[in-house]
Design a protein around this ligand. Structure first.
Ligand SMILES: Cc1ncc(COP(=O)(O)O)c(C=O)c1O
Length: 392
């Protein structure tokens, strides 16, 4: 007899996909569901990948990744987050941050072990923890607290089965960026309870105004208990190249590499060469993208703040706006479906990001200015009608 394992049966499709499928029923919906840059990689990155293929650099690489890339990542991390990682044994190149996080959880968790996630969050964390037979323990981040971490609630959630805490700054979906003070408190908590921190830093360069990015790994005594997860997907618009990495203590990196040997052997070699070009090349393309996201973030914010029944904290990073629709009296899903049915505008219901995302929706502004204008006009009409019906 063959069939589907109990563990696999428990894993759910994301609600983002559900909305995406529902939107296919309409002819020309305006979609704000996209979770990737609306740019492609720069010409120099594309050329580096093609050149690698032409030169026959299209074989299996070392499981941990080609040495030139590990060296480039090491130099980059020294410069960007001020932490020294040995390219020899403290960095592994993975299939995006997604591959890195999954392999790390697989290394860390025995059945029933707990991982604290700060919701609303990228829900793949929750699915991946469950795929590794771990237990996700959700702690709420509030809009009233700028979606920052609630250290007291995190501490209250720690049990003797807790192994790790996942943080994501800048955060998908909320756009929040964690400040030094809160990270310092989390570092103290991790040390006190002997926990690992998984720091998902994939949006670290998509940050606006005077906000500063800090990696928790840079605090005294934290390199030893942090796995930095990063990727080329968002920073360099390389989502389809599937290159990311994990940096951390050798005893964990060696185990993550061992699992990688048995999962995918290595990241596609030409993509690894493209990633070297990304790190060693100019930052012009990145600056252009970030300026463009900022312009669109400002536009979205200025529009939403004029709309009835919504509450929105301006995002400090990423390309997402996450706003409360609680005052409409609708659930996130009802709101998203009605907006689609009545205006053919597609947003993601907040509960796609965990139970604490209920009452919110996410709008990705990695979309053209033209569709943002059209979509936000339609959303404003929709909200004014709801407000009128509700007697505002
Ligand atoms: C918070 C977060 N982490 C990790 C990832 C995974 O990115 P990748 O596997 O492309 O590096 C994503 C992708 O959307 C994300 O939003």
């Amino acid at each position: 007899m063959f069939g589907i394992s109990d563990n696999t049966k428990k894993i759910e499709h994301s609600k983002i996909r559900k909305m995406f499928n529902k939107a296919l029923e309409y002819e020309n919906p305006i979609s704000f569901t996209i979770g990737e840059p609306d740019f492609t990689a720069s010409e120099e990155i594309v050329e580096a990948a093609c050149k690698a293929i032409r030169e026959g650099k299209s074989k299996y690489s070392e499981n941990a990744g080609i040495m030139p890339l590990r060296k480039a990542v090491s130099d980059y991390l020294r410069k960007e987050i001020n932490v020294e990682y040995s390219p020899k044994n403290e960095i592994v190149i993975t299939t995006g941050a997604m591959g890195g996080i999954f392999q790390a959880l697989k290394v860390l968790l025995n059945p029933g072990d707990e991982v604290i996630v700060n919701e609303p969050c990228w829900t793949n964390y929750i699915q991946q923890i469950q795929m590794c037979e771990g237990v996700p323990v959700s702690v709420c981040c509030d809009l009233d607290n700028g979606f920052s971490l609630d250290i007291e609630k995190i501490e209250a959630a720690v049990t003797d089965r807790t192994r790790a805490i996942i943080i994501n700054s800048p955060c998908n979906p909320t756009g929040a960026v964690l400040d030094k003070e809160v990270l310092r408190k989390l570092a103290d908590l991790a040390k006190k309870h002997d926990l690992l921190v998984i720091s998902d830093e994939v949006y670290k360069h998509i940050i606006f105004d005077d906000v500063e990015f800090t990696s928790i790994a840079s605090f005294e005594g934290m390199k030893e208990r942090t796995l930095v997860m990063d990727s080329f997907s968002k920073t360099f618009a390389m989502t389809g190249f599937r290159v990311g990495y994990v940096a951390g203590p050798e005893f964990l990196i060696s185990q993550i590499t061992k699992l990688q040997e048995n999962i995918c052997a290595c990241v596609a070699m030409p993509c690894q060469y493209a990633a070297v070009a990304a790190l060693e090349g100019s930052r012009q393309h990145l600056d252009m993208m970030v300026n463009s996201y900022k312009e669109r973030r400002d536009y979205v914010y200025n529009r939403i703040k004029e709309m009835p029944l919504v509450k929105y904290e301006k995002s400090k990073g990423t390309f997402y706006a996450f706003f409360s629709i609680k005052e409409t009296g609708m659930s996130s899903e009802e709101f998203a479906i009605k907006l689609l049915e009545e205006k053919q505008v597609v947003v993601v219901p907040g509960d796609a990001f965990g139970e604490y995302g209920e009452g919110y929706v996410r709008l990705s502004y990695a979309s053209s200015m033209e569709s943002l204008e059209k979509g936000l006009d339609a959303m404003e009409d929709f909200l004014r009608k709801v407000a009128e019906q509700n007697g505002y």
